[in-house]
Design a protein around this ligand. Structure first.
Ligand SMILES: CC(C)(COP(=O)(O)OP(=O)(O)OC[C@H]1O[C@@H](n2cnc3c(N)ncnc32)[C@H](O)[C@@H]1OP(=O)(O)O)[C@@H](O)C(=O)NCCC(=O)NCCS
Length: 217
């Protein structure tokens, strides 16, 4: 069983070496991850932060500071994936979709509390309880309005979840606004994320949220 300190060291290592041991060019893809006319590419460098901010910022109910973006992108560059139109061959091609994630140590208290309260515990494998584990976190996901409903959001999340699993995560969590029907359907119906917690007035606009979790086998 990994200790919390081991887990922290592991995360530090992942963020320092950028997960470079993962050869993202050989991600094994399912058919539903291949979208005609769209390429999926990895975050490259700081010059792309503005693109991410533009894309993600349009739909946010509260703005993130540039430091938040930097935190995610600098520490976990391998967990920022862009969707770009394949006909655009320029080096600074503007992404039309992106997913941005990170990895944290599992919050064991949360898991224990959920299990004791009986909420959402049916999906919690017993061997995960009270063990120091890595937990993936989807921080940002956005697809440009004119490219929506063609499978890009799904393909981005699927790639990100696979990478977090490859990096040793036992689950992936995220928060989404209760009123965000598109995101709720995407995560719950297409991926099987479970509602773990209701977060009353979680956002600055007073919007309620759910914390959703997907256990990875
Ligand atoms: C959520 C979002 C990323 C989905 O991107 P997308 O590329 O349009 O999604 P996909 O085409 O891959 O759809 C995948 C699934 O999501 C759900 N979905 C997506 N858009 C939907 C909509 N408008 N209404 C209902 N369900 C929707 C469906 O379950 C869909 O599967 P289906 O096509 O088999 O029905 C996109 O709507 C978006 O950028 N929204 C604004 C930002 C946002 O809300 N991000 C999530 C924050 S947690």
């Amino acid at each position: 069983m990994a200790s919390a300190i081991d887990t922290q060291k592991e995360i530090q290592k992942l963020s320092i070496d950028g997960g470079s041991h993962i050869d993202t060019s050989i991600d094994e893809l399912d058919d539903d991850e291949i979208i005609e006319g769209i390429n999926f590419v990895n975050y490259r460098d700081e010059s792309q932060i503005e693109s991410v901010m533009r894309l993600v910022g349009r739909d946010l109910s509260e703005p993130y500071s540039v430091f938040t973006y930097r935190y995610f992108l600098h520490r976990f560059p391998q967990l920022c994936i862009f969707a770009v139109p394949s006909e655009d061959k320029s080096e600074n091609v503007e992404p039309i979709g992106c997913v941005v994630c990170k990895i944290d140590p599992e919050d064991n208290d949360d898991v224990a509390t959920i299990n004791e309260a009986g909420g959402g515990s049916s999906s919690t494998p017993p061997d995960v309880e009270k063990e120091a584990r890595l937990c993936g976190y989807i921080g940002m996901l956005a697809v440009d309005t004119s490219y929506r409903r063609s499978g890009i959001g799904f393909a981005l999340v699927k790639r990100a979840v696979r990478r977090m699993k490859d990096l040793g995560c036992s689950s992936v969590i995220l928060e989404t606004e209760v009123s965000n029907k598109a995101a709720m359907k995407l995560y719950e119906e297409r991926f099987g994320f479970m509602r773990e917690e209701f977060l009353s007035r979680y956002y600055l606009n007073n919007g309620d949220a759910y914390r959703l979790r997907l256990w990875l086998k």
